[in-house]
Design a protein around this ligand. Sequence first.
Ligand SMILES: [Ca+2]
Ligand SMILES: [Ca+2]
Ligand SMILES: [Ca+2]
Length: 472
Amino acid sequence: MRTLRTLVLSIATLAVALSVTGCKRPSAQAIVLTKDQEQQIAASVLTAPPADLDQKLEVKFEDKLTLLGYKLEPKDKAAAGGSLTLSLFWRVDQPLPGDWKIFVHMEAPGLKRQPFDHYGVGGLYPLAQWKKGEIIKDTVTMEIPADWPKSNTQLLIGVFDWGAWNKAQQNRRLKIGNAPAGAAQSEDRLLLATIDIGGAGAPAGGAGNAQPPQQKGPTYAVAQATDKITVDGKLDEAVWTSSHSVGAFKQPNGGAAAETMAADVKLAWDSENLYLGATIKDDDARNTHTKNDDTTWEGDVVELFLQVPGKEDYYELQWTPAGSTFDAHFTGHRAPAWEEAAKFQSNMTSKVVVDGDVNADGADKGWVVEAAIPWKSLGFDKAPEAGAKFLANLYRIDDKGTHDFQHMVTWAPVGGDFHQLNGAGTLVLANGANNPGDAAAPTRPAVLPTGRAMPLLPGAVQALPAAPAAKP
Ligand SMILES: [Ca+2]
Ligand SMILES: [Ca+2]
Ligand SMILES: [Ca+2]
């Protein structure tokens, strides 16, 4: 009897351990490694870096890690559709407890970014287990997408707190010290190498001036309001009732959104403002961040990103069912930090009407946001004219206590970095209505073209993160 009970308890304990580790980072305590895997780890823990590094370095990542150098294969040139193998050699100066990952950004400047985030040593030996004094060889093989643009592609690396991003979309990266001149980049990234990637379909011999294929997201014609819009949370003005929405949202990785995540968003404009009218289906309207410029993305929220093409700076605006808002102006990709960027005040007016009780248990139906954002606050002396274009994206997060892609949906899926506007959507200010069939009718948001979707790698959300870093 006693034996049986012990066995049952052991199985229950094991089941718990497996269910926890199944969705979280590998844990040495709970995972039984094969002999091959043990050997792989042993081969990756060195006493000194190899003598034949492609580049010897001594770059500090705070007081935790020092990058001693790297090896890359191939070194200078690669082809779209091929692969790159990068080995990083780290010295562990201090333990790094928590849920950290190394990221590698393969980046065609201004065109495309592909993240390769990983836990270290193929996930077998995560950073949290690295011991002070160890020299770690961490190898990652990166497949170059077949449609990668012809470019001098950069490899940039860093170390980020995946746990903080996953839980609260906080973007925390280890700060880089003493990098060689030119190697330390914005967003706490270290530029390691530049590789000539020939590009998809580049003619043999290379046509040097071939244009790289541009990513193309959906386009939406923003209807021009002719009557006054009253910001009261009722979308009963003519411009709202006669406009169509931007179309169905999808998961940030391009996957289909659940019916429970439905979001119907319309935009409009006049000489004073850009308007947003969002109708959100939600059986539990919830956001406890009731102060403006708080971490509103931790609950139910609708977000708009907006950028004038060709400019580096952009705006991020958020609305919650609690009536709180967030408005931020970034001067570059996730720079400055969101707390600083949020000092910007858009002077927008907004009103939310909840069909149900926000932050109360019980069945809700949804909520509606109506908002007016003055052009003057968006850097315009006077309203832009019909035909003006903006890079933009829209997101809806459903508060489920986690930030998985099933509970985030977007107009233009670009992979998970909410701040990535290159390849996102385009807004065109229409001269009049935006009804399908009109001259100004938009291309309906389409299914993501094959090959454009960023594969969702484990932890592919860029350090994001966006938002507070990565905050959305
Ligand atoms: Ca209204
Ligand atoms: Ca909700
Ligand atoms: Ca603000």
